[in-house]
Ligand binder design. Structure first.
Ligand code: IMP
Length: 201
């Protein structure tokens, strides 16, 4: 059975991908970076989510050339802030400091209304495999940045991202509700549709 290396140590992400593969009837032996003896340190210095995901997948594939490697990159884009935080989402104010990152967004949007508060999350997924062109999938979800938040930490920008169809922020939705509509869920869905034909190439 071909091996699929997921370029992440996040057990939740790995479980979500395993569940999607199972649901789609795709048989692969799934590994994460936690299962590998050697993992290259990849610097995410691309200008786009696609560049970062591609770099991550290709650098790992250099060490494991016989395997399939899946990498993703996500972030929040706010058009009125010239696309910020974008590829800097994880380290906008402080490295993986969600509270500081959220405060920075709210401060920059202070006094702004309506259209200036529009925002979207994006996920790009890239699969690299031997003797094939890279497979790419993307997902996006649109929302608005709230005017304030109660300071409670959940994950990333979830507490300040208002998803209008649910009339709630992402932080107020259950994991299952969010996965159904999220950028990551949508990218994964597209990937599952494309993967069988790509594997058969
Ligand atoms: P990653 O590429 O999935 O590690 O995401 C990079 C950064 O984007 C995260 O550290 C978060 O700050 C932000 N981000 C990505 N996806 C989400 C999400 O679903 N909710 C909130 N923040 C997110």
């Amino acid at each position: 059975m071909p091996r699929l290396i997921i370029a992440s140590k996040n057990a939740h992400k790995v479980d979500e991908i395993k569940a999607a593969l199972k649901k789609s009837g795709i048989s692969l032996e799934v590994l994460s970076l936690s299962d590998l003896p050697e993992v290259p340190d990849v610097v995410e210095d691309g200008q786009t989510f696609l560049e970062n995901a591609t770099k991550k997948a290709e650098e790992i594939a250099k060490v494991y050339p016989e395997d399939l490697v899946l990498a993703d990159d996500s972030g929040l884009t706010i058009p009125s802030l010239n696309g910020e935080p974008g590829v800097f989402s994880a380290r906008y104010a402080g490295d993986h400091d969600d509270v500081a990152n959220n405060r920075k967004v709210l401060t920059k949007l202070s006094g702004k209304t309506d259209i200036d508060r529009e925002a979207f999350f994006t996920t790009v997924m890239v699969v690299v495999g031997p003797k094939r062109a890279n497979l790419e999938a993307a997902g996006r979800v649109d929302g608005f940045i709230t005017e304030d938040w109660d300071g409670q930490e959940t994950f990333g920008y979830d507490p300040i991202f208002y998803y209008a169809p649910a009339e709630k922020t992402f932080a107020e939705m259950t994991m299952a509700e969010k996965n159904d509509v999220s950028h990551r869920g949508r990218a994964l869905h597209e990937l599952m549709l494309k993967l069988p034909a790509w594997l058969a190439e």
